[in-house]
Unconditional design. Structure first.
Length: 47
């Protein structure tokens, strides 16, 4: 039982950090997609 609790304690921190980073990256990825869409539209207007 103590081994299980130790494993949860050791794995909990990386899981929380990974989840936090994924949530932050999601907003950045959406912003990047919008920027790329605007860039593609600008390039199309130049043709």
């Amino acid at each position: 039982m103590e081994d299980i609790l130790s494993s949860i304690a050791n794995m909990g921190f990386p899981i929380v950090v990974a989840s936090f980073m994924l949530l932050r990256m999601e907003s950045k990825m959406e912003e990047l997609n919008e920027t790329l869409a605007r860039l593609m539209a600008a390039i199309e207007q130049l043709k």
